[in-house]
Design a protein around this ligand. Sequence first.
Ligand code: PGA
Length: 263
Amino acid sequence: MRPLIIAANWKMHTTPADAGDLARTIAARTREPSVVRVICPPYVSLAAVRDAVVGEGVEVGAQNVHHERVGAYTGEVSAPMLVGLATWVIVGHSERRRDAGETDELIGRKLGRALEAGLRPILCVGEQLAEREAGRASEVGARQLEGALAGHDPQVLAEGGLVVAYEPVWAIGTGRNARGVDAAEMAEAIRAVLTGLGWPAETAATLPILYGGSVTSANIAEFLAEPSIDGALVGGASLKPDEMAGIVGRAAVTARARLEVAR
Ligand code: PGA
């Protein structure tokens, strides 16, 4: 059975002075052992969040990583630097594709650096509104996935704990979430791409797939009702302890229900 994962992407919010308190509050309000909880604060707050959640079972992730291990890259942060601060890393977020011009090829290299350093990657894919309206959502997701995963050994990706987040760009930060059925359809397409890339079906079946894009405590149930969706990557709502309590609480209910079905 795949784990239920709720990952908080704090984006460019919080400071080192307040991130620890927020993380501690969220950790205390989301104590559900059946749910994998990950908080991804800005780089400068990684240490504060790591220290704040010691003993809470909450894992810490970075929001990005450089595609080289070391070098003359002013202002950048490499995967080896994150070791000890984080155990997860988001790669290919649409805001970085948009603002930093990240390509699938570059994202694939980031993926490699993350895996080498033992960081568990959350690879984001998702279409623009015009692409969805043109009926090209699955095709775009497939192209992004194929581009990023090209040259990576499926076994290494699976053993490194790869997670894919389907995040339609038009749903991010807009308050306009996708429908559960659309997310489920994309999850199926993602698994089909993996088998097309030579992943054994049983390996593809172990890959967790998250939905992201305006997830709240009010709409999380719609996504978790889809057996192919294993959790969420939460942006805006992840800064609100009440919202996180509701989202993780719902994921725990889902985890219990799935366990029953599996028995
Ligand atoms: P949102 O962001 O929940 O604020 O839409 C999700 C994300 O960008 O990961």
